[in-house]
Write a new protein. Structure first.
Length: 84
């Protein structure tokens, strides 16, 4: 598993994802900024490696891409939960 810290644009995240799936990485957490919902959809569609939300996602960051197949793993911090 790898936490990407929202550090990549779509092209770089896709390149990273391709390399990580070749290494049998379980998932990539937060490869893009949370607002890049279309990018999450493209990554989930084009990669075999699972795409995970940030550990402290806003509800819209889970509901919108999750309902469209843009995230495979929803992470949350059980001590703080999702932001209201």
């Amino acid at each position: 598993m790898l936490d990407a810290g929202c550090a990549y644009n779509l092209d770089k995240a896709f390149t990273l994802g391709k390399r990580l799936q070749d290494l049998d990485v379980e998932w990539v957490e937060a490869p893009l900024l949370p607002s890049e919902i279309d990018g999450y959809l493209k990554l989930a569609e084009g990669l075999e490696v699972k795409i995970a939300t940030d550990v402290r996602p806003e509800p819209a960051q889970v509901i919108d891409p999750g309902s469209k197949g843009g995230v495979d793993v929803v992470l949350t911090d059980v001590t703080t939960g999702m932001h209201a």
